[in-house]
Design a protein around this ligand. Structure first.
Ligand code: HCA
Ligand code: CU
Length: 380
């Protein structure tokens, strides 16, 4: 089964640092890495040591934490970057080079032939220096690259027998799930290597694309907490978890799901942003039921309108009551919680009062409770 055997490469400390408002201190990086490790992600990817002196020191600091998760760093395809990265003590190198006409023209100017020669040289060099390191080679902007170019590059690198993993990157968030499926499937079939998918969310497909990659046999998915990254980011950790959980909860059993709210909150606070109301699992309204028909069914059995159990994430559901769409079953449930036994006609009358008042403005729970106590007093 494609979902039984996958790993998360958590890139909040690399791709996430490329988010507009993200600048993590060393202490924050150590805390984020520690929390991610406790959550259970298999790998943590960090910014290249070549980015800045502090970036290099931070990799060393996180490596010193001796976490269960493997620590990787992300570098351009050249020997100098590789040497600096190896010196930090990381357990894996993620090497990337652009293959799309756009990146060839505006980023490095190399032909496909030159890219292959360089990749062969750099992969060979890394292996000679670090026989046991986990080595990944990825093409940047895979989905705007010519398929023939991609296959030449990937097959040449795979044939070296030096890399553990090939990476597929939807750098500009343009790919459709069917395209991701086809590309990953082809690479699995042709190379037999582990395949990683990295997907941006510019057109809203980052989670669906990650799922399609897994269905096609990908073994590794890149995520960041809340999906932060360049522009509007990549596959969010919580979104991937929600996607897989709803296929089968067993697929995310290996992670400590109750830590997700803390991870999302920590990143939102560090980046000075709010968790979006619509966020998977941790959005403020993710488990609020409102309309009377929904509320009635949820009170009877939450699974009627919930595919995710909030309790698995240490969260609670809420049935909103003080609005004009409310129903008398919700009001009865509240009365029972308050220990008030009211007959149906009294409950319906209170419900009508709530609706009339809510036509003017929403009611707080205390106001509803007051109405119920009043009705109980009158009924006594
Ligand atoms: C970028 C690089 C990258 C790399 C992905 C990878 C991308 O910042 O442009 O190494 O797999 O999206 O292509 O994040
Ligand atoms: Cu990216």
């Amino acid at each position: 089964m494609p979902f039984d055997n996958y790993s998360i490469i958590e890139s909040t400390l690399r791709e996430g640092e490329q988010f507009s408002t993200a600048t993590f201190s060393t202490a924050q990086k150590i805390e984020i890495a520690g929390l991610l490790d406790e959550f259970g992600v298999e790998m943590i990817e960090m910014t290249s040591p070549c980015a800045s002196p502090q970036s290099e020191a931070d990799i060393r600091a996180v490596v010193r934490e001796n976490l269960k998760a493997r620590i990787l760093t992300h570098i351009r395809c050249n020997r100098d970057d590789a040497l600096r990265a190896l010196d930090t003590g990381v357990q894996g190198l993620d090497v990337v080079i652009g293959t799309s006409p756009q990146l060839i023209r505006h980023s490095h100017g190399k032909s496909i032939r030159q890219i292959i020669d360089l990749a062969e040289d750099v992969m060979g060099y890394i292996r000679s220096q670090a026989p046991d390191i986990i080595l990944r080679f990825s093409t940047e902007d895979t989905f705007r690259s010519r398929e023939a170019d991609l296959l030449r590059v990937y097959l040449a690198v795979a044939d070296l027998g030096l890399v553990n993993r090939l990476g597929v990157a939807d750098t500009v968030g343009v790919a459709l799930p069917t395209q991701v499926y086809a590309m990953v499937h082809q690479l699995v079939r042709l190379t037999g290597l582990d395949i990683e998918f990295h997907g941006h969310n510019d057109s809203g497909c980052a989670i669906a694309n990650a799922c399609a990659a897994l269905e096609a046999g990908a073994t590794h998915i890149d995520t960041t907490i809340l999906g932060i990254g360049e522009r509007n980011g990549i596959t969010p950790l919580g979104g991937l978890v929600a996607r897989l959980y709803t296929i089968n909860r067993a697929y995310v059993q290996k992670y400590k799901l109750r830590l997700l709210p803390q991870l999302d909150t920590f990143i939102a606070e560090s980046c000075g942003i709010q968790i979006p109301f619509s966020n998977y699992i941790t959005g403020s309204s993710a488990f609020i039921h409102k309309a009377g028909i929904h509320a009635k069914a949820v009170l009877a059995d939450p699974t009627t309108y919930e595919i995710i159990n909030p309790e698995d994430f240490g969260l609670t559901r809420e049935v909103a009551m003080g609005h004009r769409l409310t129903g008398w079953n919700t009001v009865r449930d509240r009365a029972l919680k308050l220990g008030l036994v009211l007959d149906d006609s009294t409950l319906k009358a209170v419900t009508q009062t709530i609706k009339q008042r809510a036509d003017i403005r929403p009611l707080a729970l205390a106001e509803i409770d007051h109405l119920l106590y009043q009705a109980a007093g009158q009924a006594l």
